[in-house]
Write a protein that binds this ligand. Structure first.
Ligand code: TYD
Ligand code: MG
Length: 386
């Protein structure tokens, strides 16, 4: 399997080590998040060694060339095609045989064989299916950009996920300049792999040490904050989990979660009460993962619980302290995958006191790390402030 380097280490990483020859990639995200920018930069790099084609149904060739210039890439050398009719695009690909074609965006295309309007589910499906067939027939890579539509997800990229090889989504905080790209599905790499970028005035730049982004800078330790060592794809990442626990006004206490699973929060509060005797039934509980990263793994449980207890008791956790581990319904702490890598990443960022699942205890002591390995939630609460 041949892989083509996109010129961006972070983009290569989410793809599983570069763009696989002849593969079909779907990349989705909100309007304005940076999809066109990322692909234009990647294609410009790829064009130095391969034939490429950038098809835009959104902007004119002149507009794209202008943007290319802003990105510092040679727009004149980049083959651009402003077109929305599928049949003409297919003909161009058949004739030129570009190793990589970018379609910006799949929602702007229409097939003259269908009656329905561009952007409708039928059109989006048909155009994507034909481009996929063509890619497989000729062994040429196609990257399709898709807008995530706010309410009408129907005609959004979701309907295409099953026909393509790789699905990437932009996620994260649109208010900051950081952009996260996550592998949602990948036949050629790890799922959940995360690429981290910063949007600059000259396009997207990879961020090589992303953990720093997801930790807020506190002068001193604050209550309601716990550092989680998470694993996103093949990369360990330190993320600060914050909790705010406050007296509920009225009958229904609120449970709100940003970046972490909402249903899991309710479950963890029940486990915390039943197995550690800490009650939050008259408290509002808010939790947040700093930096807009979305965390899907259960190994975040321990950090969520410790942040909640820290806020409730108004007692900060010690400096240099980080955790990982899943918490089960029986109050047990379950192991997380790749424990050793998580420990090494923590050490790199100056976290030396780790509360971890017993089953993840290092066989030999790791230099510079004090690992507290436990298998019960109540013991963990005692040990955290012990
Ligand atoms: P764009 O790639 O056009 O988003 P999408 O294709 O996902 O809709 O990115 C648009 C935003 O990025 C726009 O608000 C301007 C900003 N931007 C920069 O900050 N620097 C740049 O070099 C470029 C090209 C865009
Ligand atoms: Mg765009």
């Amino acid at each position: 399997m041949q892989r083509l380097a996109t010129g961006s280490e972070e983009f290569d990483r989410v793809l599983g080590g570069g763009l696989v020859e002849g593969s079909v990639v779907l990349i989705g995200g909100d309007p304005g998040i940076g999809k066109s920018t990322l692909l234009l930069q990647a294609l410009a790099h790829l064009s130095t060694g391969h034939d490429v084609l950038y098809v835009s149904g959104e902007e004119s060739a002149a507009q794209i060339a202008l943007r290319a210039r802003r990105l510092g890439v040679d727009g004149a050398r980049l083959p651009l095609m402003a077109e929305i009719e599928l049949e003409r695009i297919v003909a161009a690909i058949e004739e030129r045989r570009p190793a990589v074609t970018v379609i910006d965006s799949i929602q702007t295309l229409y097939s003259s064989q269908l009656q329905s309007a561009p952007g409708s589910v039928g059109q989006v499906r048909e155009c994507a299916a034909q481009l996929t067939r063509l890619s497989k027939q000729l062994g040429l890579a196609v990257v399709m950009i898709g807008h995530v539509t706010k309410e009408g997800t129907l005609a959004g990229p979701r309907v295409l996920e099953h026909i393509v090889d790789t699905v990437l989504y932009f996620e994260g905080d649109t208010h900051s300049s950081f952009r996260l790209v996550r592998a949602f599905k990948n036949r050629f790499g790890a799922v959940n792999e995360l690429g981290v970028f910063a949007m600059t005035d000259r396009g997207l730049r990879g961020v090589s040490n992303p953990s720093a982004l997801f930790l807020s800078q506190h002068d001193r330790q604050v209550a309601g904050s716990c550092v989680l060592v998470t694993q996103e794809g093949t990369r360990p990442l330190l993320v600060e989990v914050q909790a705010l626990v406050d007296n509920a006004q009225g009958g229904h206490p609120r449970r709100l979660s940003v970046g972490l699973e909402q249903n899991r929060l309710a479950m963890l509060l029940a486990v915390l009460h039943r197995h550690a005797g800490v009650a939050c039934f008259d408290q509002d509980v808010f939790i947040n993962a700093v930096g807009g990263v979305r965390i899907n793994e259960p190994a975040a449980d321990l950090a969520v619980i410790l942040a909640i207890v820290s806020s409730l008791r108004n007692r900060p956790l010690p400096r240099g302290f980080a955790v990982f581990g899943e918490v089960g319904l029986a109050g047990e702490i379950r192991p997380a995958p790749r424990g050793q890598e998580r420990l090494r990443e923590s050490l790199k960022l100056g976290f030396s006191r780790l509360l971890i699942p017993k089953a993840n205890a290092p066989k030999r002591p790791l230099e510079g790390i004090e690992a507290i390995a436990l298998d019960r939630l109540d013991e963990a609460l005692d040990a955290a402030w012990g």
